[in-house]
Design a protein around this ligand. Structure first.
Ligand code: GDP
Length: 363
């Protein structure tokens, strides 16, 4: 009896012990070997407790091609409309008027529309051709020329020796400014650059929280200040952090309260001046919501007067059939569109390319 009891006890100890070892081994397999040795099984963090893994954003090249269907979808009436008119057997005055109306309706703007219609008219008359394939080719060439492939499109993110590039992002609230700053961080990280973000839109607490989340996802530190604090001082601290940490690029979100022109000028002017005590601003990007049409152009004009805009970002191009605004806004400010937003996904910001854009319009 005693011996039997002893055997049962020994067997139980062996079975329970073996089970314990199996669980520990199974847990430890989830960790790299160095950490496996350092941590006893009980201290292995559960999946919920582990810090979220940083993401590897999509490389920027090729994004416009991936997203072109979104542009084509919302602009198909525009492209198809133009081609339908040009494919007619006779191109009479009524047809040219209709072409003009189609271009104006797509927000191409009066000046560029007149230019395009004149050039198409001349070329088609000279060639004496109404063949649709040829008409399409000519339309494509003229649209590309209007969008201007010669403009510099790359982000000026290179700083002077030992300094980070400094990108200021400006625009009216609601245009997608903060989202653009977050997406730019992803573009830069995908290019293996180190980035510091600055939440200088101190008037909207949500903007700083939003930016914090964008930054955390790609491992970019976010500098923020007290709510309602001085935006210029956040800008200053951001560049300081960038300099001290040897970051490649600093991207600063600014407040977009379009109260008065003088107020805006004071605010943005001060941010730029104060930031430049640390390092020169290499790019000022103006964000415009493509769905706001004429209103967007007015905003562009005001910002263009108060700050030296060097590049444009057109957001929400997926939500409008008015892709022509790209042409109009570039003309208005004499500054190239550098990025376009084509959806709400984190990597739906595409570097702009004139030919790919026109091909999407005419798809
Ligand atoms: P901010 O006030 O200018 O900083 O604007 P936010 O960055 O907060 O963006 C306002 C809204 O626009 C958000 O819901 C964004 O998801 C949305 N948004 C931004 N860019 C795009 C875009 O390219 N396409 C679409 N469909 N929505 C966008």
């Amino acid at each position: 009896m005693t011996i039997q009891l002893l055997v049962i006890v020994i067997l139980s100890v062996v079975v329970v012990g073996a089970a314990g070892v199996t669980v520990a081994l199974r847990r430890s397999k989830q960790l790299p070997s160095a950490e496996r040795e350092a941590l006893p099984p009980a201290e292995v963090p559960s999946e919920e407790e582990a810090a979220p893994a940083e993401e590897r954003p999509e490389a920027p090249a090729g994004r416009l091609v991936r997203l072109r269907s979104r542009l084509a979808r919302s602009n198909s009436a525009f492209g198809k409309g133009l081609l339908a008119i040009l494919g007619r057997a006779t191109l009479d005055q009524a047809a040219w008027d209709e072409l003009e109306e189609t271009l104006l309706a797509a927000d191409v703007g009066v000046g560029p529309t007149t230019e395009l219609v004149d050039r198409l008219r001349t070329r088609l008359q000279v060639e004496g051709s109404t063949d649709l394939t040829r008409a399409r080719e000519i339309l494509r060439e003229e649209l590309v020329a209007l969008v201007d492939p010669s403009l510099p499109r790359s982000l000026r993110s290179e700083g002077e020796a030992g300094q980070p590039g400094v990108v200021l992002v400006v625009g009216v609230n609601g245009t997608g400014k903060t989202t653009t700053v977050g997406r730019l961080a992803r573009v830069l990280v995908a290019e293996d650059k180190t980035v510091v973000l600055g939440a200088a839109d101190t008037f909207r607490a949500a903007a700083a929280d939003q930016l914090q989340t964008w930054g955390e996802r790609v491992g970019a530190p976010v500098v923020r200040g007290p709510e309602g604090g001085d935006p210029a001082s956040v800008g200053f601290d951001t560049v300081k952090t960038g300099l001290e940490s040897g970051a490649d690029v600093v991207v600063i979100d600014t407040a977009g309260r379009l109260h008065t022109k003088a107020g805006l000028m004071d605010e943005l002017g001060k941010v730029k001046r104060v930031v430049e005590k640390q390092a020169p601003v290499t790019e000022v990007l103006l964000v415009i919501d493509a769905t706001t049409g004429q209103n967007g152009l007015t905003q562009a004009r005001v910002f263009g007067e108060v700050v030296d805009v060097t590049g444009l970002v057109l957001t929400k191009l997926d939500g409008t059939a008015k892709g022509g605004i790209v042409i109009a806004v570039q003309r208005e400010l004499g500054v190239p569109v550098k990025f376009v937003g084509l959806g709400e996904g984190p990597d739906d910001l595409a570097p702009f390319d004139a030919e790919e854009f026109v091909d999407a319009l005419l798809a």
